[in-house]
Design a protein around this ligand. Structure first.
Ligand SMILES: [Zn+2]
Length: 306
């Protein structure tokens, strides 16, 4: 009798605890750029609640640490950013203002994608007179899908670390993504074969990883120094140089003012190519796969022009 009564009480208590305990809340991920928000969503699925600080039409070097962003960083469990000084003008302030100890630099809740790839354009000597140089190397790592693959492996491991209760699910999602992503890279690389060795001009030094992947050759950059708006005299100099060594196309990122590229395209008689640069940078680039489908398609279309 007593045993049964105890069992009933225990059962009632168990039922009650199910009612009063909150449902397992999703892991709150705060991503600095859309590509990392999209990657966290691929790897976290319904286990994560992703919020992205910027959209594809904003310059990720220059964002205001607005109160609404600070509030989102305050409640984040994991901050996922590019790093390599891309967000040096706004993220340190944002994190400091958030007062969120979990997501400060060096904590498991702070993830920098660029830590997991080989950086290009690392300056041998640091001279700020050379413009807004990125001392840690070029931070625009997301333009090479092989980098996305490396970051995915590291981010998958980090999700398991900060949310160990769901580690098995993250591990499955990561393995699944890795397999599909490798197949997609093989497809894009194959499609992009005609781009190998093609000479191009860039508006900003934003595509070095894309060029490294596809074998494109950067002849000139329209910004006289990284982050410095193109000047008329510098544009004239690039145009003059192209007379001897022609380029096939000029590339700019979706967030940039297209006018310098348009000017060069018109005067040099070459197509301009808007690179979506991140998820949302074009109507087609709705997710990470579509981002590279669209990037490769746009480059091939420009290459096909006479
Ligand atoms: Zn840059």
């Amino acid at each position: 009798m007593i045993t049964i009564k105890h069992a009933l009480v225990a059962a009632a208590a168990a039922t009650l605890s199910l009612v009063v305990l909150p449902a397992q809340a999703a892991l709150r991920v705060f991503a600095c750029e859309p590509e990392w928000g999209a990657l966290a969503q691929e790897l976290g699925g319904s286990l994560v609640d992703v919020s992205v600080a910027t959209n594809a039409l904003q310059d990720p070097h220059q964002i205001q640490a607005k109160p609404s962003l600070i509030a989102r960083a305050r409640s984040a469990d994991l901050v996922v950013c590019t790093g390599a000084e891309l967000e040096i003008g706004w993220l340190p302030v944002l994190l400091q203002q958030s007062g969120n100890a979990k997501v400060q630099a060096g904590q498991p809740g702070n993830f920098s994608a660029a830590d997991y790839v080989r950086k290009l354009d690392v300056p041998t000597q640091l001279d700020r007179a050379q413009g807004d140089v990125h001392a840690a190397g070029n931070p625009h790592i997301q333009t090479d899908p092989r980098n996305i693959g490396l970051v995915a492996a590291a981010l998958g491991a980090r999700l398991q670390q900060v949310d160990p209760a769901n580690a098995a699910q993250y591990a499955r999602a990561q393995a699944d993504f890795a397999q599909k992503w490798q197949q997609a890279i093989a497809r894009w690389t194959q499609q992009a074969t005609p781009l190998r060795g093609v000479a191009v001009v860039s508006q900003h030094k934003a595509f070095v990883y894309l060029y490294d992947w596809l074998g494109l050759k950067e002849l000139a950059v329209l910004e006289p120094k990284p982050g410095v708006e193109p000047t008329a005299s510098h544009l004239q100099g690039v145009l003059a140089a192209l007379k001897g060594t022609p380029a096939r196309m000029v590339l700019f990122a979706a967030y940039q003012d297209p006018r310098p590229s348009e000017w060069l395209g018109r005067n040099a008689g070459i197509p301009i190519v808007k690179i979506p640069f991140t998820v949302g940078g074009s109507d087609a680039a709705k997710d990470l796969y579509a981002l590279f489908d669209d990037t490769v398609a746009r480059l091939l279309a420009a290459r096909a022009k006479p």
